[in-house]
Design a protein around this ligand. Sequence first.
Ligand SMILES: *Cc1c(COP(=O)(O)O)cnc(C)c1O
Length: 376
Amino acid sequence: MDMTTDYRELDRRFYMPVFSRDTMIVRGRGARVWDDTGKEYIDCVAGIAVCSTGHCHPEVVQAICDQAHDLIHCSNLYYIPHQGELAARLAGITGLSRVFLTNSGAEATEGALKLARVVTGRKKFVAFEHGFHGRTMGALAVTHKPAIREPFMPLEPTCTFLRYGDLEGLRKNVTRETAAVVVEPIQGEAGVIVPPEGFLEGVRERCDDTGALMVVDEVQSGMGRTGKWLAIQHEKVTPDVVLLAKGLASGFPIGALVTAEEYQFRKSEHGSTFGGGPLACAAALATIRVIEQLLPGVPGKGERFRNGLSRYQPRVKGLMIGISVGERCPQIQKSCAEAGVLINCAAEGNLRLVPPLVISYAEIDRAVEALHASLG
Ligand SMILES: *Cc1c(COP(=O)(O)O)cnc(C)c1O
């Protein structure tokens, strides 16, 4: 950082104004970050559930640096160091068989939509109200929020949106013409919404009955966030396709499409220049090693938040936490930031906390205290 450059002014003049922001974060370690004035924050945003190993975890930094010295990029025309190793790890973690690596969550969704069409020969999709699967054209077509999809209509493929939890709707709308049902096991962008008991089993059953693929979007809920590798592993359900991204490589861009053995792209049906490059694979493998150590501690940390915040009736799944606060959400976000705690507002007046899995009990207590002061 060069202290004489006005980065904010350059941003305002040259960057597209799609984000609303004022704080500039310049450094991070563990569950803490610092802004350009030197102010310290406990980070319960963690790059939106991305920096699960904490900021700049030494094992991840080491893996990226080591790989950068050997090879940064070479193309998927060749075998890529660590790509097969990462695929094997992801198969093990998910209980599935085949992997395709992308650069983002949206691209993982795109891959799933293409795959569902090519393996079923069907055209239609079913997804859920308040669901979020990414902002590229295909991913947007299965993303519900009217404000972000309607300006870009018409969107292909055609998708029917059902109420999250609507088993009756599944029976009517998932048919032998449905290529796939795309579902989050916990809706993250909607504000950490947990489905009713039996709903995900219901999706599985209806997919089995009709031959539609069950695509489970674990981009936000996966990679240890809820105390298991996948949120769907809290249920007795095995999906056909799992989507991963956010927490997969500690902030190095990557996404993954993981499938059962019978659902694979054949030669030339899909591809990517950057997807699964050497640096991304090295970062992801180091991340998985670190998360493996952190996983047993996640439920206890979630309970610490639950107990501390009990009077606000939080929805807690490991370290994925939502609190309904209504219109006050932006104000609470602001006053927590002033008190040195970063949290953010997901949809519909829901505060969302998705801190790094390395957060300590003392840091949790400080975050809880700031929330109490702001929530009243
Ligand atoms: C963030 C998110 C995506 C999109 O990921 P990008 O990397 O931003 O494209 C997709 N699905 C879910 C559930 C997400 O939370």
